[in-house]
Every structure is written in structure tokens, then in C-alpha cells.
Design a protein around this ligand. Structure first.
Ligand code: PRP
Length: 217
């Protein structure tokens, strides 16, 4: 028997990802009317009929809520999953929020990468950058953690290259930088708490099946 009394809780990354998640969920009959109110400052929303709870968190905190079981399910970018390295199950690629993690810089930096020079790499994603340079490329680099506007770093001389997300490529273009190497493709993913996947197996399996069938359309 399903334990219909218990709420299934979702942690959504605030912003564009949350909006696209709700649009996708509507297609499988899961709605949350009070969340559509653009002016609301509320952080938790409930669908009493379906016994679902949704809350909005900062993207990088979503895997944390899911690992500790404060949320059963999280929707978050693959970049955040890789960077946070939490103990969670990634079960589904939702297909939106598609972009790429890349090494970028001025074209002149291409030679530095080619010759494995000891360069500086600025990034919001030190773990991804470290894994890429040390484990994949076997290149020793100095990684500098920044919190945003990463494209500034090679322009002002903080670093030779950056590791950052490229979506349309317009930020790079407008700042005279290029993609030099691709680290990995990214998109929004569904992640599950390791206990919930067993305890709420029936509801979660149905959710995944329903999502897969609309994603295939
Ligand atoms: C992201 C990313 C790039 C930009 C890429 O930054 O870090 O700067 O978007 O998108 P594009 O290829 O379509 O131009 P975001 O806007 O999230 O802000 P941030 O600089 O504070 O990280």
C-alpha cells in the first residue's frame, strides 16, 4: 500500500529551473497554483490533493536538502550535482537547461593548454575544474574560486583561462573570449534521496515513468 498520508517533498532550484520544472510537471497533471504567483515571497508550496510539497532553495543547496532527506526529490543542474558531490541518486535528465561546461579564454591561451603550462584557472566550479585538469588532462594548474562574472578574470589578468557554463555563447562573444575545450554537457536533472527511493518507491517510480513518457513526446 502507498502511504498517501506522507508528503512527497521537492526541492527546486530558484529561478528559471523552477519555472521550467513546474511547466513539465503540469504536463503530467501535477500543479501548484500558489507557486505561479510571481510576486510571492513564500518559499514552501503545498498541493493538498496530491500530498506534495515544493520548496525553493538556492541551486547549490538542492543536493544538500536531498542528501539529508529534508527533500525526497530535487531538481537541479548537472553542474551543481558534479560540484557538490553529495550522496544522492541522479535518476532522470529533464532535457531543459541545456548548456555546456567549458574551458574558455582568449584564443592565445590555446597554446598554454596544449603545452600543459602551469596556468591559472578561474571558476565558480573548483571541483569540476580540478577533476578535469588533474584527472582527465593530467595538467597541473592553479585554481582560483570566483562567485560570478567569471569572464572578467582573463580580461583583467587574474587568470589565463576560466571554466564556466556556456549557453548561447553571447557572454563570451561580447567579451572577446572563445570556447577552448569542452568539459561536459549539462542539463537539469532529477535527484532522489537514498532512503526515499526505497521508502517511497511506488510514488517515485510512477513519477519517473510519467515524466519519461511526456519527455519522449
Ligand atoms: C552564466 C555563465 C556565463 C553565462 C553563459 O552566468 O556563468 O557567464 O551565464 O551564458 P551565455 O553563453 O548564454 O552568454 P550567469 O548569468 O548565471 O551569472 P554569473 O556570471 O553570476 O555566474
Amino acid at each position: 500500500m502507498m502511504r498517501e498520508d506522507r508528503y512527497l517533498t521537492f526541492a527546486l532550484g530558484k529561478g528559471r529551473l523552477a519555472k521550467q520544472t513546474l511547466e513539465l510537471f503540469e504536463r503530467i497533471g501535477i500543479t501548484c497554483e500558489e507557486m505561479k504567483d510571481k510576486d510571492t515571497r513564500k518559499l514552501i508550496f503545498v498541493n493538498e490533493d496530491l500530498k506534495l510539497k515544493f520548496f525553493l532553495a538556492k541551486g547549490p543547496d538542492v543536493p544538500t536538502y536531498v542528501e539529508y532527506g529534508a527533500a525526497d526529490i530535487g531538481i537541479v543542474g548537472k553542474d551543481t550535482i558534479l560540484e557538490e558531490g553529495r550522496n544522492i541518486y541522479e535518476v532522470l535528465d529533464l532535457g531543459f537547461g541545456k548548456c555546456r561546461m567549458c574551458v574558455c579564454g582568449p584564443r592565445s591561451a590555446k597554446d598554454l593548454l596544449l603545452h600543459h603550462e602551469l596556468i591559472r584557472v578561474a571558476t565558480k566550479y573548483p571541483r569540476i575544474a580540478k577533476d578535469y585538469f588533474y584527472n582527465k588532462k593530467h595538467q597541473t594548474v592553479e585554481i582560483i574560486k570566483l562567485n560570478g562574472s567569471i569572464e572578467l578574470a582573463p580580461i583583467v589578468g587574474l587568470s589565463e583561462v576560466i571554466v564556466d557554463i556556456v549557453e548561447t555563447g553571447s557572454t563570451l562573444r561580447e567579451n572577446g573570449l572563445d570556447v577552448l575545450e569542452e568539459v561536459c554537457p549539462l542539463s537539469a536533472r532529477m535527484v532522489i534521496n537514498q532512503v526515499s527511493i526505497k521508502m517511497e518507491n511506488e510514488r517515485i517510480t510512477k513519477l519517473i515513468t510519467d515524466l519519461k513518457s511526456v519527455l519522449a513526446q
